[in-house]
Design a protein around this ligand. Structure first.
Ligand code: KG4
Ligand code: ZN
Length: 361
């Protein structure tokens, strides 16, 4: 099986060919990602219209490059898989319409993929993980804990009631005058900071409600910064370190709860797995916290390579292969309309405010 994947839901234009032959491990034959960071940097965040236009300009060339790199011709592809939501609708239209046109011209099936399903199934592409497992998705637009039970079978256990975690990093960076994207710059500044200088709140810690919240923490950071302004480099470093410590602590509390629930609901597994995905998973303090939690709780900690944790099209092609293999590819075919909101788990309704402000809301 060979599937061409296309991803355009936010600020990466991406195409990839993934192959699965018989019983052997899947292979990423090509994986091209063009980031639009430079186009958006001056605005301190993703501008939807600029993103859509940049996708239009780049996508044809990116798809050609992905096919050329894989040495697979369009004729040899079994299906075209494209992200159809959730995300910025302009970009989704560009990717999905392009995929529909290619599928129609080459007489191949089209599979419309939920971007979150791409993230959710990546650990099976990279690590051959068996179902079920627990997923923590922490990106610029999403902060969710999901029980991944099978292809197309997801249960959301927690989401954010306000900001996504990456968004909290980006807004904190902006407040402190650090460049976009904020996450890596906050992490860098934090390395020379004193995490004990500011006692920031740990939102939701100990709460019986399983969800996340980061807007109160963001407000606390703003108040601390205003109180000691003008900020010197050491102040910025100390705020970043204290913020990161609060985030890791709050996140750890939420995840620890989910690990206990996972044990209860799936008692058959001797060593279940926690998978992390999303740009924030690159953060070393957060990673170390999660790794320690997993080792205490007897869970395997699985972090796919960073290139496959952030947005890419290999995960979309792979989700297409998983759907083809499971015989559920024809649910999402050529008449599919892009969906800016598309929960993975149709049973869990969106929480008020959750993900509505982020670029990928
Ligand atoms: O997954 P991703 O590349 O795109 C989305 O799907 O949103 O995630 C981007 C987010 C941004 O908010 C960025 O600031 C954050 O991930 N991020 C980080 C780090 N690297 C990226 N946050 C904290 N620490 C990092 N090292
Ligand atoms: Zn994503």
């Amino acid at each position: 099986m060979r599937v061409l994947g296309i991803e355009t839901s936010c600020d990466e234009t991406a195409a990839s060919v993934v192959a699965l032959d018989g019983g052997s491990a899947p292979e990423i034959l090509s994986n091209i990602v063009l980031s639009q960071i430079e186009e958006h940097a001056a605005f301190g965040g993703v501008v939807p219209e600029i993103a859509a236009r940049a996708h239009v300009e780049a996508l044809d060339g990116i798809i050609e490059a992905a096919l050329a790199d894989s040495s697979v011709s369009l004729d040899e592809v079994d299906a075209i898989a494209a992200t159809a939501g959730p995300g910025l609708v302009g970009g989704l239209i560009v990717g999905l319409m392009t995929a529909k046109a290619i599928a129609a011209a080459a007489n191949k099936p089209l599979i419309a993929i939920n971007h979150l399903e791409g993230h959710a199934l990546t650990a099976r592409l990279t690590d051959g993980l068996d179902f079920p497992y627990l997923l923590l998705l922490v990106s610029g637009g999403h902060t969710q804990i999901v029980a991944v039970r099978g292809v197309g079978d997801y249960q959301r256990w927690a989401t954010t009631i306000d900001d996504a975690l990456g968004e909290a990093f980006d807004k904190t960076a902006k407040m402190l005058g650090l460049p976009y994207p904020g996450g890596p710059n906050v992490e860098k500044a934090a390395t020379s900071g004193d995490a004990g200088r500011f006692a920031f709140p740990r939102p939701m810690k100990g709460s019986a409600q399983p969800d996340f919240s980061f807007s109160g923490l963001k407000t606390a950071v703003r108040q601390a910064a205003t109180a000691i302004a003008p900020l010197g480099d050491q102040d910025v470093a100390d705020i970043c370190a204290s913020f990161q410590a609060a985030v890791a602590d709050a996140l750890g509390d939420r995840v620890a709860r989910a690990l206990v629930r996972f044990r209860q609901e799936f008692p058959g597994q001797a060593k279940p797995a926690l998978v992390v995905a999303g740009g924030v998973a690159a953060n070393r303090t957060i990673k170390a916290t999660l790794e320690a939690l997993c080792s205490q709780a007897g869970f395997a900690f699985v972090a796919p390579p960073q290139k496959l944790c952030t947005d890419n099209a290999a995960m979309i092609a792979w989700a297409g292969i998983e759907r083809l293999r499971a015989g559920i590819a024809d649910e999402n075919t050529a008449d599919f309309v892009p969906r800016s909101r598309w929960p993975l788990d149709s049973v869990s309704m969106p929480l008020v405010g959750s993900g509505r402000r982020g670029a990928k809301a």
